[in-house]
Design a protein around this ligand. Structure first.
Ligand code: AHR
Length: 687
């Protein structure tokens, strides 16, 4: 069947009234410029995934450290190195501070770390004249492009410390030998104004954690975190941390409230994490190992982030799972398929290596342990680790991604097979999500699907970043998928303009795609736009769904599309057909190819939801037939549109396209003038 035929079968379009809708009692003939959308509104419809839309979170563009993870101190454990980024070192983001005649120096040491997985710490040696009031020496941290401080808000300070240089022979002050070291921790503006402070006394030569709070008395978007030693002597310091008390849901070691909320507002049914390419890493030594990311943060093992910075893994598996639970989303973690990224070693497409086969049993055990950590009883080995973190109840993991955009070669196949078989044997309850390479078609795509069929992998992850036109031209893609084969997880997609901006055009192409995904959500189980977040000034990839700074969040138009589909999802698809207008030649941009529609029912509420995307540059005259309905219904109508398809939101300016909501009453057959460049959602409330 051709794509054209499928299109005509899958989707159908009235003379507008002043309000955009009008009631009709019969099927009066349509005007030549009117297309007809017919929805089988009284039919039971077909069952579709009620979990279609979720999010994909990857630590790219400073999405985690400096982003969603609410920690405000950059390089808190002195683990940065030139392996993270050109010119970085263990003291990056830190500076020395001398006040009122105090002096001293620092060394980065690794002789006696808190934990071998957190090997570096700083030793501060202060020389404070006894007769100089206010004299101090210490460190300051610049945060991630400054530390945003709000007046009146509480901040949790903590760090690990032990005294050193305690005897006079080591340069310690005689009056501090055997006495605590007084320490002042401050939030200061760049010009030294004190925004708030708290005091500590560090006593003893063993590592211990101290904590306190600072309530800021003034605000500053770009403050510094200052640690001052007030007497002669020395301290070893590590894991210096500052969190806003106000994290999402007040969680300790938690998430930035506004960024977590912008995700929650999408109503995502699942979260895929922690990547992307981050998962399989830049070389075998950089594969993301979940075990390095759980337990007390000072014992976690950070590592370079293949996107060119550092990952502290303070936002680790526990925090990801907890966030999923907090917002009612399913966790969908991804582990490497025993191979590293094919673009490793700055050699695109050539450097996919496999974990040595002798090491695969240990790697596979890690994967099996992940399931036990997530789902095992609190008295199982790994369930106990979860319980110790404060979550005795299982998390209820159901899906596990294995691999990401891997080259489907012998190395990959062998390792995927081993992991897949082990999971199937030990955890048949876990649904494995395989991979079909980085593109919508081509060798890896074909081989990936063939391999998945051989192994009967239940779900396959597809990725594509393609121009808006491609999305419009491929609305029939999944209509032709064999329902007897693996189901699809469209794990990464976005409409890419040449200049990679988040235009209205790109958002509407994605909306059109989403109508096709809804129609095919019997075979497409999940879908997630990618990437999710990008920090202004720290972005490696665009477009993204949401941009942010330390103090502001800027959702794109594409985000509004995801939100509308997320809020108006259903679990039954109702056959929706589009009959083009009689005068439509299909050759112009006004062709039905720029018109897409889908209808779903949400059986929980009984509501019928019709979505219409008009990608054309002029308003479309539509007749909407709700076949089988005997009487009219109240509807909420939401319209997202803008005059210029090229328009994109600009930070700190009003958004160029905002959803506008009104209520209307629609007849079983009604007319609607769909605005140019628009997505319209009609939510018909069950009678
Ligand atoms: O989403 C950004 C990147 O795109 C992902 O890390 C990778 O899977 C894909 O290539």
């Amino acid at each position: 069947m051709s794509t054209d035929t499928l299109y005509a079968l899958s989707v159908q379009i009235v003379a507008p009234s002043a309000s955009g809708t009008s009631a009709r009692s019969d099927s009066a003939p349509t005007a030549p410029d009117t297309a007809t959308i017919t929805v089988a509104a009284a039919s039971p419809g077909k069952a579709i995934s009620s979990d279609l839309l979720g999010v994909f979170f990857e630590d790219i563009n400073y999405s985690a450290d400096g982003g969603l993870y609410a920690e405000l101190i950059q390089n808190r454990s002195f683990e940065y190195s030139s392996a993270d980024s050109f010119g970085w070192h263990a003291f990056t983001a830190w500076e020395l501070v001398s006040r009122a005649g105090g002096s001293g120096n620092v060394v980065i040491d690794r002789a006696l770390p808190i934990h071998p997985d957190n090997p570096h710490y700083v030793v501060v040696r202060a020389d404070i004249p006894a007769d100089a009031p206010g004299a101090a020496f210490g460190l300051l941290n610049l945060g991630f492009d400054g530390i945003p401080v709000r007046a009146g808000e509480a901040y949790d300070v903590s760090f690990f410390a032990r005294q050193c240089y305690m005897g006079e022979q080591w340069g310690g002050d005689s009056d501090i030998v055997g006495r605590p070291m007084p320490v002042l921790v401050r939030l200061e503006s760049a010009d030294g104004r004190v925004l708030g402070e708290t005091a500590f006394e560090i006593a003893g030569g063993d590592w211990h954690r101290v904590s306190g709070e600072i309530v800021a008395r003034a605000a500053d978007d770009s403050a510094r975190f200052v640690v001052l030693l007030l007497k002669k002597g020395g301290l070893a310091l590590d894991e210096l941390s500052l969190f806003p008390r106000n994290t999402f849901r007040g969680r300790k070691n938690g998430l930035r409230a506004d960024l977590a909320q912008v995700i929650a507002d999408l109503k995502p049914r699942f979260i895929r994490f922690p990547g992307g390419c981050l998962v399989h890493g830049n070389g075998l030594g950089n594969i993301y190992h979940w075990k390095n990311t759980v337990g007390p943060v000072e014992r976690r093992k950070g590592q370079p982030n293949l996107w060119g910075y550092h990952q502290s893994v303070g936002l680790g598996y526990f925090e990801y799972f907890q966030f999923c639970e907090d917002i009612g989303a399913m966790p969908l973690p991804v582990v490497a398929a025993g191979v590293c990224c094919q673009n490793s070693a700055h050699s695109p497409g050539r450097c996919q290596h496999g974990i040595p086969l002798a090491e695969m049993p240990a790697y596979i055990q890690d994967v099996l342990d992940l399931v036990e950590w997530a789902n095992g009883p609190a008295d199982s080995k790994w369930g106990a680790v979860r319980a110790a973190a404060g979550h005795p109840a299982p998390f209820g993991l159901k899906y596990l991604g294995v691999g990401n955009e891997d080259k489907i070669n012998a190395d990959f196949r062998e390792r995927f097979h081993l992991i897949h078989d082990a999971l199937r044997e030990k955890h048949p309850e876990i649904v494995v999500v395989g991979t079909s390479g980085p593109f919508a078609r081509g060798e890896d795509f074909e081989l990936g699907w063939r391999f998945a069929a051989e192994l009967s992998v239940p779900l396959i992850d597809e990725h594509y970043y393609l121009p808006p036109d491609w999305f419009w031209e491929n609305l029939g893609r999944y209509d032709a998928y064999d329902r007897a084969k693996s189901a699809v997880y469209l794990g990464e997609y976005a409409a890419h303009e040449k200049d990679r901006r988040n235009t209205l055009r790109s958002a509407l192409a994605e909306a059109a795609c989403l109508t096709a995904l809804e129609r095919n959500a019997d075979v497409v189980r999940f879908a997630s736009y990618a990437p999710l977040f990008a920090k202004r000034g720290r972005t490696q990839w665009s477009p993204d769904l949401v941009y942010f700074t330390n103090t502001a969040v800027y959702p794109s138009i594409n985000y509004e599309v995801q939100k509308l589909f997320g809020h108006h999802a259903g679990d039954r698809y109702l056959e929706t057909t589009i009959r083009p207008a009689a005068n439509d030649t299909s050759a112009s941009p006004e062709s039905p190819r720029m018109l897409a529609a889908s209808a779903v029912r949400d059986t929980a509420t009984g509501d019928l939801i019709v979505k219409i995307v008009n990608g054309a540059g002029s308003a479309r005259s539509l007749r909407i037939e709700l076949a089988g309905l005997a009487s009219g219904l109240a509807a909420t109508r939401i319209v997202l549109s803008g005059p210029d398809p090229d328009a994109a939101n600009a930070d700190d300016l009003p958004p160029v396209a905002v959803p506008r909501t009104d209520t209307v009453r629609v007849a079983p057959v009604f007319d609607y003038l769909a605005p140019a460049h628009s997505l319209t959602v009609f939510r018909l409330t069950a009678a």
